[in-house]
Design a protein around this ligand. Structure first.
Ligand code: NAD
Length: 472
């Protein structure tokens, strides 16, 4: 699959990274001589953060190319994304050319923050709005506005690259999310202009409270809870009258004077000027990854999108020892030494054990029938360093898989195929009702026996059965 990215700034660069890291070839068209460098920097950030959302490997990266000829950039493209500056005359010109030059089957999306499809296409272009959020490679939301025959197809494609398409029912200036953001932005400008709060204080008001709430339940579900046991109706009766009180100046906008711009820019420099934009981006990305991974545990909001996308990523198969993990080592697994922290070897090994369980049918459905394996002992040997961004592959040998006992040996290999660690695990099959050991179901035992027999001829792995402090 191929995406053409027309306009490779903040947003175009993010689109390029999103497609590329999901295995698409990407062709970029941008007259800025700095475009290649800028996209390179966005890609570097994307490579360290996007794979960290997943416990499986993303597809192999596609091929990235830069073009000075628009026809060449869009040839054979399945998706064409326009992300040039937000000026209607420029959008008209570029979208007109894109609709003439692109394959008829390609979806042509515009990243416009505010223009409606009827405005974009008033000179006969054929684009839909596909409005993403910065950083495009991490945040899933894309607002789609346009005819349903195109938005349905667009939604399928975007879902396959881990995004969350939200089809907007009626075209409206600034779609949905930017209308909400605009209201908060306008009110914030007033608060700064009137000297009520600084930019830093407003940011604190957001991030110390409702910003965290919004990421997981949005506005309405949060307010439903705020109504207590009486729910949403009670909440509205309680706070409805406030709409009449002077809580808002939203009908009115402050005059956008040079003084206001200087006031805000000055406060913003004082607040965040000690960090470069790239440093701020990396901090933002690390925080987003951490929050999104938390949401993944409960499947809420963006976490649900990650679960669904991850389930669609293929699991590697092997004729040799089964591959029980294949993933990138995330930034958050490394410590001050720059290498993987010891606790995460256990996390990786435990995930490999879970994957092996799935392979023998002792999966979540099996556990819901009241049976499971419990880990009773682990032994990890740390042999070579592993670093953030490296690919981690785990292969698992069954040392014993009979009756109540399951004895596994995980081999952890890094990008250079170095054996970086081993983890030996002993598990007992347990009846979850009596909480005591029991025999596994016949179907699980049968699948396990297939592995046990296949691995029986292998030598005992070096290091198996070792204890702490034993001489090598
Ligand atoms: P930007 O200024 O960072 O990037 C625009 C890019 O377009 C630049 O690299 C520029 O060289 C290139 N360009 C200019 N003329 C061009 C042409 N004729 N052909 C090809 N490329 C050309 O702007 P941005 O923030 O990436 O915004 C791009 C679009 O995305 C806008 O429509 C904006 O509303 C929308 N958008 C922005 C954000 C955001 O947070 N910045 C979020 C969502 C959507």
């Amino acid at each position: 699959m191929k995406a053409a990215i027309v306009g490779g700034g903040v947003i175009g660069g993010g689109w390029a990274a999103r497609f590329l890291l999901n295995g698409w070839d990407v062709a970029v068209f941008d007259p800025d001589p700095e475009a290649e460098r800028k996209i390179g920097e966005v890609l570097a950030n994307a490579r360290r953060s996007l794979p960290a959302l997943y416990d499986r490997a993303l597809p192999a990266e596609g091929r990235l190319s830069f073009h000075t000829d628009l026809t060449e950039a869009v040839s054979n493209a399945d998706w064409v994304q326009e992300s040039v500056p937000e000026r209607l005359d420029l959008k008209h010109k570029i979208l007109g050319q894109l609709c003439d030059l692109s394959p008829a089957s390609a979806v042509i999306g515009s990243s416009t923050s505010g223009f409606k499809p009827s405005e974009l296409n008033e000179n006969g272009a054929c684009a839909i709005v596909a409005h993403p959020f910065n950083p495009v490679y991490l945040l899933p939301l894309v607002e789609l506005v346009g005819p349903s025959e195109t938005t349905v197809k667009a939604a399928d494609i975007l879902t396959s690259i881990g995004m969350y398409p939200l089809v907007v029912r009626k075209e409206i200036d600034a779609h949905i999310a930017d209308r909400l953001l605009e209201a908060v932005w306008r009110e914030s400008l007033w608060l700064v202009k009137d000297g009520v709060a600084t930019t830093a204080e407003i940011d604190d008001a957001i991030r110390m409270a409702f910003g965290i709430r919004w990421a997981q339940m949005g506005l309405f579900e949060t307010y439903r809870i705020a109504g207590g046991e009486a729910g949403m109706k009670h909440f509205m009766e309680q706070f409805g009258p406030a709409l009449e009180w002077p809580w808002t100046k939203l009908m009115d906008v402050p005059e956008f004077t040079p003084e206001l711009v200087d006031l805000i820019a000055g406060q913003s420099d004082a607040q965040s000027g000690h960090m470069s934009i790239r440093e701020l981006e990396r901090l933002r990305d690390d925080n987003l990854v951490g929050m999104m991974r938390s949401l993944k545990k409960t499947g809420t909001g963006a976490g649900g999108v990650l679960i669904r996308h991850e389930a669609a990523l293929p699991q590697p198969v092997s004729d040799d020892l089964p591959i029980t993990a294949s993933r990138q080592i995330p930034q958050s697994w490394t410590d001050y030494n720059g290498h993987m922290n010891e606790a995460h070897y256990l996390e990786a090994g435990a995930a490999a054990t879970d994957r092996f369980m799935e392979m023998i049918g002792a999966d979540a459905d099996y556990i819901s029938t009241g049976k499971s394996y419990f880990t009773v002992e682990n032994h990890i040997r740390y042999l070579e360093e592993l670093h953030a961004g490296e690919h981690l592959t785990i292969r698992t040998q069954v040392l014993k898989g009979e009756g109540k006992k399951l004895h596994l040996f995980h081999f952890l290999h890094g990008s250079r195929d170095q054996l970086a660690a081993t983890m030996e695990t002993l598990l007992l099959h347990v009846d979850l009702n009596t909480r005591s050991s029991s025999e596994p179901d016949a179907a699980v035992q049968e699948k396990l026996t297939t592995f046990t027999k296949a691995h029986a001829a292998r030598p005992m792995p070096d290091g198996a059965g070792r204890f702490v402090g034993e001489r090598r």
